[in-house]
Write a protein that binds this ligand. Structure first.
Ligand SMILES: N[C@@H](CCC(=O)N[C@@H](CS)C(=O)NCC(=O)O)C(=O)O
Length: 120
């Protein structure tokens, strides 16, 4: 269903949707997810910056580690490169950690879309 052969891929009736952020926006628009994807431009920017950050930055070193370590036979692994990807991943996820330390959530504090558990 997905020309890239990847997940996630969602089928909603006749519509096939791929790319996780597109799926998220579609589900929010189609099924009343305004709390997760606000219409207010400023509030929406808080959500979308993390979506874009995940897509453009956070995922890359983890995907490289998945391919270079778990999907590469031990004898063929390029450990200096893997160590660089690991350091890159840690540095990026520390940004998320700092956001969580400061606000408890990545975006809910700005949009009011915190889950019940987060509010307690
Ligand atoms: N940018 C795409 C990335 C999709 C992607 O990389 N999916 C991975 C899993 S997270 C996948 O299907 N991998 C198949 C495989 O590695 O065999 C999205 O956000 O949906």
């Amino acid at each position: 269903m997905n020309p890239n052969g990847l997940v996630p891929t969602v089928k909603d009736g006749d519509l096939v949707i791929w790319e996780s952020n597109t799926i998220m926006r579609y589900l929010c628009a189609a099924y009343g997810g305004v709390a997760l994807h606000p219409t207010d431009p400023a509030q929406r920017s808080h959500v979308e910056r993390w979506m874009d950050c995940q897509l453009s930055r956070l995922n890359a070193p983890l995907a490289a580690l998945l391919r270079g370590y778990y999907r590469t036979p031990q004898a063929q692994r390029d450990f200096p490169t893997l160590v660089r990807y690991r350091a890159e991943a840690i540095a990026l996820w520390e940004i998320v950690e700092r956001q969580l330390d400061a606000h408890g959530v990545t975006v809910g504090a700005y949009t009011g879309a915190m889950c019940p558990k987060c509010r307690t």
